[in-house]
Design a protein around this ligand. Structure first.
Ligand SMILES: Cc1ncc(C[n+]2csc(CCOP(=O)(O)OP(=O)(O)O)c2C)c(N)n1
Length: 572
């Protein structure tokens, strides 16, 4: 070390500033104290979370809302392990985050030192890459690489574990602004021209094609191009959960969500299709149902960034590996302008039959259905809010009834299905989109998993709108028990605190809605308020999400809303 050289801790913040980081979400502790000390001299804003899981979800929400890399910071041992759920959530949804953890000093690694956990070992399968840094002189280079890996190719979480002595030592940072090049890491692919031509011919020949639009469309900022592509080819679009908003839900050729809780007509149309054009989606089991019976008559064109996804679940007739926007750009001039009225008429016919069972068409008879809350929220916010949902029935109702017309306006944990995600992810999104109207939609169960972040919201003085869809149950599990376990409600009835008082205890505002007529005014109060408002929506307790394809069943084997319920509702 020579006098005047910065410490590893100082290099860390400078390296983050050079990556354009403006805010990090974290929690201090022994092994990361040198970094927290030098944080005071940095321009970067630090948000003190109440639990490190919240920090990872905030970084994730920030990344999804902005398209930039989110950053979480934690200490070694329990701090680091508390990040794990958030890292796995980001991994399964391909979200670029960088997690920085303190580690015990390099000399005592492996001695079961106080708060020592092998966090690079723990997170190996749930990170895109991770690093253990033991020298101050490696910090700058490692942070650059970490950001490059997180954001390039198929994005994902990267963890950088830095020993305490590396933070304390002084070194030459060796700044380097050349593009990062890592041996063996080839994140960029481009679809072969012959395959693009074959795909275009298949699209032209198809009589019953469907586009399956996924998260990749949103991530690649390919929404407007998809819009033009659909305009030219006349192909209807079905969306995955994470793809919602990638193509406008109110467009006449938008069919809605596919899969387990997708619209009945979407799943039926997929089963009747002769061509699936999959764009930035990975044929998750919640999307395909039973693979042997999935889209039996359809050829498949799979446009995907990650070659590992090709032929993983569904065999592709043509694979176009590369950025989905670049692939669409190449395809666009080769396809013929068409309308496909016969096919869209056929889909409208299937739809006509399903729509009569739609809960929106039923009188509510004084009762408050979650679906009505979603529908009214969509109407009142004119479909423009950024909605962050938790996991469960409310998540599916939101996907069905809040019509997203814009990309990056729905943030939800799709792959891991992480309860407790919504509140912290929304707080992260708030820092990415300071002007957006943000609504958290959470169940009474999931909300309680990370409700401690209400204190973070209060401390940071930020404005969110929080809707708790309170049905007194772990609703989605209760629904499965009703359908598949003879109605034996094991461990699903749920007693909750008074959410209104909980909000007030945090210095926030709490309101309650028990009837549909109260929605408009209460939502209006929340929207008009400058402070965070939590609304406790007391909804029907034993309503279920329909339609439903039971896990592992064929897409055509849907459980539909029983007509008995239609009649009961109409009797009211
Ligand atoms: C961390 C975590 N634990 C357990 C589950 C399993 N799970 C999925 S949905 C659900 C029930 C959610 O209940 P609630 O938050 O009240 O929402 P609702 O389904 O009633 O809308 C559970 C327990 C999960 N997804 N995540």
């Amino acid at each position: 070390m020579s006098i005047g050289q910065p410490s590893g801790a100082q290099i860390l913040w400078q390296a983050l500033e050079r990556e354009g980081v403006e805010v990090v979400f974290g929690y201090p502790g022994g092994a990361i104290m040198p970094a927290y000390d030098t944080l005071l001299d940095s321009k970067i804003r630090h948000v003190l979370v109440r639990h490190e899981q919240g920090a990872a979800h905030m970084a994730d929400g920030y990344a999804r809302a902005s398209g930039r890399v989110g950053v979480a910071v934690a200490t070694s041992g329990p701090g680091a392990t508390n990040l794990v759920t958030g890292i796995a959530t980001a991994m399964l949804d391909s979200v670029p985050i960088v997690c920085i953890t303190g580690q015990v000093s390099s000399k005592i690694i492996g001695s079961d030192a106080f708060q020592e956990t092998d966090i690079t070992g723990v997170t190996l399968p749930i990170t895109k890459h991770n690093y253990l840094v033991t020298r101050a002189s490696d910090i700058a280079r490692t942070i650059r690489e970490a950001f490059h890996v997180a954001r390039s190719g198929r994005p994902g979480p990267v963890l950088v574990d830095i020993t305490k002595d590396a933070q304390q030592a002084h070194a030459d940072p060796m700044w380097d602004d050349k593009p990062v090049s890592l041996p063996g890491y080839r994140p960029k692919y481009r679809a072969h021209a012959e395959d693009v031509s074959r795909a275009a011919e298949m699209i032209d020949r198809a009589e019953r094609p469907i586009i399956l639009s996924g998260h990749g469309i949103v991530r690649a900022e390919a929404s407007s191009l998809l819009f033009e592509f659909v305009d030219k080819t006349g192909i209807p679009v079905a969306s995955t959960l994470l793809g919602l908003g990638g193509f406008p839900a109110t467009h006449p050729l938008s069919l809605g969500m596919m899969g387990m809780h997708g619209e009945a007509w979407v799943n039926q149309a997929i089963q009747e299709a002769d061509l699936l054009v999959a764009l930035g989606m990975r044929f998750d089991d919640r999307v395909t149902g039973k693979l042997e019976t999935y889209a039996p008559n359809a050829k498949k064109i799979h446009c995907e960034l990650d070659p590992a996804e090709i032929n993983k679940n569904v065999r592709a007739d043509v694979a176009l590996v590369g950025d989905v926007k670049e692939t669409l750009e190449a395809l666009f001039p080769l396809v013929t302008r068409k309308n496909r009225l016969k096919w869209t008429d056929r889909i409208s016919k299937i739809k006509g039959n399903a729509a009569v069972r739609d809960i929106q068409h039923m009188p509510h008879g004084g009762r408050l259905f979650a679906a009505h809350v979603m529908h009214d929220l969509w109407r009142i916010t004119e479909g423009r809010a950024l909605v962050v949902t938790d996991v469960g029935q409310h998540q599916m109702w939101e996907a069905q009834y809040y019509k997203h017309d814009f990309p990056r306006k729905l943030i939800t944990s799709g792959g891991l299905g992480t309860m407790g995600f919504a509140l912290p992810a929304a707080l992260g999104a708030r820092f990415a989109q300071p002007k957006d109207e943000i609504w958290v939609i959470a169940g009474d169960g999931g909300f309680q998993m990370t409700a401690c972040e209400l204190a973070t919201i209060a401390q940071e003085g930020v404005k969110l709108n929080i809707a708790i869809i309170n049905n007194g149950y772990l609703g989605m599990v209760r629904q499965w028990q009703e359908f598949f376990y003879d109605g034996r409600y094991s461990a699903t009835p749920l007693r909750s605190p008074d959410f209104v008082k909980l909000a007030e205890a945090h210095g926030l505002r709490g309101l309650r809605v028990t009837k549909r007529e109260e929605i408009e005014e209460t939502v209006g109060l929340a929207r008009a308020s400058k402070e965070t408002v939590l609304i406790d929506f007391r909804v029907e307790q034993e309503d279920s999400v329909y339609p439903m394809v039971p896990a592992g069943a064929a897409l055509d084997d849907m459980i539909r809303r029983p007509s008995a319920i239609v009649e009961t509702a109409q009797d009211d």
